[in-house]
Design a binder for this molecule. Structure first.
Ligand code: HEM
Length: 495
């Protein structure tokens, strides 16, 4: 008797799955959006490319656009639009409500942080707590500290040069950005730049998070279960988190000390003070939320900027002529501060190109308009539809950036000579209400670090070629054939 029941259940389930797939492909509100029917019918399509083949869907999406045009349905509930002119409708200003995709935010493994917040209003509330903390005015106040840290990195490069040792540039830059963001957020830096090999606990946590990025998107409940376990168990399962939690514990102890003494260094500049402000509703200043927001800021502030600095330095080492021109521009101008450096056309062009190729995040970062029906040409996009437009694809669009694989900073100069606003197509930070809150800090770090680096050093790549910076996997950040990006170099003095 039991056997037939099992069969009935199996047939029932198969019929349900089949009917659902048919509905999704042929009767769903997105049925008219072009794309493979299999991708419309089942999540297994995306699962195959991103989980089984490990971070390859973005490259396949690029091919789907060549076949189906600028709008493609890439999963039962998500469309990808590769049309920069539609970008600001997806990544819209805060006057238009934009939610995040609950599937995708699972990848951040930080549901209580602003980056992991799904709803528009809730996100606005959380973002407002930190907006002034990351304003241009606030960032400018820390310029001299950032300069001290950059000088420290330059001293370390001198050391590598003197001892004729190979430096791992990605670790070196991540140590710089980690020291900056810890000081910026907590009033104290943790001295990653002093470490012999630039080991950074924050970077370790980023690597751990990104390797499970796609798995977490599909199996959010696994990650949320792990997050709800006691810290000791969680740390056993995710050792990278353990490192970051221990590190964060030291941050909290430091914050508590500062607050107790009332005179401690960093009391004024402390993200912890903002996030645990007694005027906030209790649920918004719970320890779990404060911890998650704190960790997200540290991770987001470390890896992305570090990566653009690394990729930019790689390409700088490949073009002596351009390097000399940049050096001449810097020498001639005498510019030192961020505001002065920003006005240098060649340096600005170089940084734009480093951002274009280095990107920062390769992840699709979908948004949905919960109450608006959008139109893409004659295709209706129903409210609640997940829409993404990947920077990886826009930045490689040959109609905007001819010969897109080529690192060619002059394209930005040539465009401005034609009065063409090419920066409109630079989307590394996304745009709109949920764009990067750390954009000012990132620019300050990039301008000041590159300026000092170009003035003082040349780098000769060591066991690192173009293939080692070329992104072949998307794990929210770009992975190369070595896995996480690793760039080795020998340091030479420029004078
Ligand atoms: C070149 C450097 C950087 C790039 C390319 C970059 C890129 C991005 C992108 C694309 C997002 C949107 C994420 C999403 O849609 O889910 C984002 C958000 C964010 N970034 Fe950055 N970022 C950079 C530097 C920084 C820095 C230095 C900080 C430090 C404060 C930072 C902190 C954040 C935070 C906290 C968010 C979440 C904002 C929100 O949800 O409202 N980022 N970043």
């Amino acid at each position: 008797m039991d056997v037939p029941r099992v069969w009935i259940a199996a047939i029932g389930l198969s019929t349900f799955l089949f009917a659902r797939a048919v509905y999704r492909a042929f009767f769903h509100p997105l049925r008219k959006v072009p794309g493979p029917k299999l991708a419309a019918a089942t999540y297994l399509y995306e699962f195959y490319y991103d989980v089984i083949l490990a971070g390859r869907y973005i490259f396949h999406i690029e091919k789907l656009h060549q076949k189906y045009g600028p709008i493609v349905r890439i999963s039962p509930h998500e469309i990808h639009i590769s049309d920069p002119h539609f970008y600001d409708q997806i990544y819209a200003h805060s006057s238009h409500r934009r939610d995040k995709d609950p599937w995708v935010v699972n990848g951040f493994a930080a549901p209580h942080s602003m980056v992991g917040t799904v709803g528009h209003d809730h996100h606005r509330f959380r973002r407002n707590i930190l907006n002034s903390f990351f304003s241009k005015k606030s960032v400018l106040e820390l310029e001299s500290f950032v300069k001290t840290k950059i000088d420290h990195l330059m001293e370390r490069f001198e050391e590598f040069h003197r001892e004729d040792k190979v430096v791992q540039l990605d670790d070196a830059f991540a140590a710089l950005t980690a020291d900056v963001i810890t000081y910026y957020s907590y009033g104290k830096d943790w001295g990653f730049l002093d470490d012999k090999t630039f080991r950074s606990d924050i970077r370790l946590a980023v690597n751990e998070l990104t390797t499970v990025w796609h798995f977490s998107r599909f199996f959010g409940w696994v990650i949320n279960t792990i997050l709800s376990l006691p810290p000791s168990v969680m740390c056993w399962i995710m050792p990278g988190k353990a490192v970051v939690f221990n590190f964060q514990k030291s941050i909290f102890e430091h914050s508590a000390d500062s607050m107790r003494s009332g005179t401690g260094k960093g009391v004024g500049r402390n993200i912890f003070n903002k996030l645990s402000d007694p005027s906030l509703p209790a649920v918004e200043r719970s320890l779990g939320r404060v911890q998650q927001e704190g960790v997200v800021v540290l991770m987001a502030g470390t890896e992305t900027t570090g990566r653009v600095l690394s990729v930019g330095t790689f390409y700088l080492s490949q073009d002596k002529e351009f390097r000399e021109k940049l050096r001449e521009e810097l020498r001639h101008s005498g510019a030192k501060s961020w505001t002065e450096l920003e006005r240098l056309p060649l340096l600005a062009a170089f940084i734009n190109e480093a951002l274009r190729i280095g990107i920062g995040l390769t992840a699709r970062l979908p948004r949905s308009a919960p109450t608006e029906t959008l139109m893409y040409k004659d295709i209706e996009i129903a409210p609640g539809t997940s829409m993404s437009s990947s920077s990886y694809i826009i930045h490689r669009d040959a109609t905007i950036f001819p010969d897109p694989e080529r690192f060619y900073p002059q394209r930005w100069i040539e465009a401005s000579e034609r009065n063409f606003n090419l920066t409109k197509y630079l989307t590394s930070f996304t745009r709109g209400s949920r764009s990067c809150i750390g954009i000012n800090l990132a620019y300050m770090e990039m301008y000041m670090t590159f300026a000092e680096l170009i003035r003082r050093f040349d780098f000769e790549m060591y066991d690192t070629t173009y293939e080692d910076v070329r992104v072949i996997k998307d794990f929210a950040i770009g992975y190369t054939r070595r896995g996480d990006m690793k760039i080795f170099a020998k340091v030479a003095k420029a004078y």
